[in-house]
Design a binder for this molecule. Structure first.
Ligand code: SF4
Ligand code: SF4
Ligand code: FES
Length: 322
């Protein structure tokens, strides 16, 4: 079956046409053919100048990630016919959130810099006794070990889209690989670094990394684990941990969120003043409740019971009531 492939072309060295543009190719697609195989066919039979990366063709090297019909995918792991049947077309572009170098090839330097920043190697403690890894301990880091460094999660990340300094899901999932390893001796130091600005607390939980990761790493789940460990370790002097405490405190007190108080508790008085323009815009758009009173829900004791049980389960001491 003949399928039209629309492929983003870009060559910064081409004086005539340095702007990206879409080029169409007709490809004779057979049952089971992957998007990467179709690209190889185009390159071999129609256009040897088309640039793209690939290596293993088995979804294990991570080099063939591209944007297919709007979302990042491993092209060696994606069949053309079911994709066209589902989406009605075949458009291939370079990964989002990455600088294009030529055609479908992107600059992965920022990706690797982020990985390097989390110290992606074991730092065993010199004082720890046994370093045996039980099946249960291995299970905790199993998902994060499946990463093939393809960059799909970073390409889909909503936070990275607005802040290129954000640590981003691939590096954070890799960070859990070591924070969650019973043999590592630098867990607190790692968690302190991850709690800094542009770190794990900047994830907005859009779930796109988990939705599109082709290896089931579930980066968001690993980020949640990092956050939980950081709070257990008492690393609380940052906007993320303060926000969690403010939110939990508000629900425990009222059974609902007191958003104004949460802003003060999360950002502190001075930084909260910067939110006044937002408050004015909300008022102008009728989004501000009148009067601003946070009433306790009737079933507040049931909510507090849930807190007590959750606290017990997590092995935390029950917080003393004021
Ligand atoms: S859940 Fe967080 S890390 Fe994952 S894509 Fe969304 S913002 Fe990025
Ligand atoms: S976490 Fe998944 S999507 Fe992200 S780099 Fe690793 S394998 Fe690719
Ligand atoms: S070519 Fe290796 S993952 Fe696709």
């Amino acid at each position: 079956m003949k399928i039209e492939f629309r492929i983003k072309r870009y060559n910064p060295d081409d004086g005539g046409s340095p702007e990206p543009y879409l080029q169409a190719y007709m490809v004779d697609v057979t049952e089971g053919m992957t998007v990467l195989e179709a690209l190889l066919k185009i390159s071999e039979e129609q256009d040897p100048t088309l640039a793209f990366r690939k290596s293993c063709r088995s979804a294990i090297c991570g080099s063939c990630a591209m944007t297919v019909n709007g979302t990042a995918r491993l092209t060696c792991n994606l069949q053309v016919l079911p994709e066209v049947e589902k989406m009605g077309s075949m458009t291939i572009e370079p990964l989002h959130n990455h600088r294009p170098v030529k055609d479908l090839v992107v600059d992965m330097t920022p990706f690797w810099n982020k990985i390097e920043k989390i110290s992606p190697y074991l730092m065993p403690s010199s004082t720890s006794g046994s370093n045996a890894v039980t099946a249960e301990a291995e299970e905790l880091i199993d998902q994060s070990q499946r990463c093939v460094m393809c960059g799909v999660c970073n390409a889909e990340c909503s936070s990275l889209e607005i802040d290129e300094r954000y640590a981003a899901p691939a590096a954070l999932a890799k960070a859990w690989r070591f924070v969650g390893d019973v043999r590592d001796g630098s867990v607190v130091k790692r968690l302190e670094r991850l709690s800094e600005e542009h770190g794990m607390w900047d994830c907005v939980r859009c779930v796109r990394c988990t939705q599109y990761c082709p290896k089931g790493v579930s980066p968001l789940k690993q980020i949640e684990r990092l956050r939980s460990e950081a709070m257990k370790a008492g690393i609380l002097d940052n906007h993320g941990a303060k926000h969690v405490e403010a939110m939990a405190g508000s629900v425990e007190k009222f059974g609902r969120l007191d958003e104004a108080a949460m802003t003060f508790k999360t950002l502190g008085f001075l930084k909260s003043l910067g939110k006044i323009p937002l408050g004015i815009r909300m008022e102008l758009h009728g989004k501000m409740p009148h009067p601003y009173i946070v009433a306790q829900i009737e079933a507040i004791e049931e909510v507090r019971e849930i807190y007590k049980e959750a606290g017990k389960k997590a092995g935390l001491k029950e917080k003393k009531k004021e």
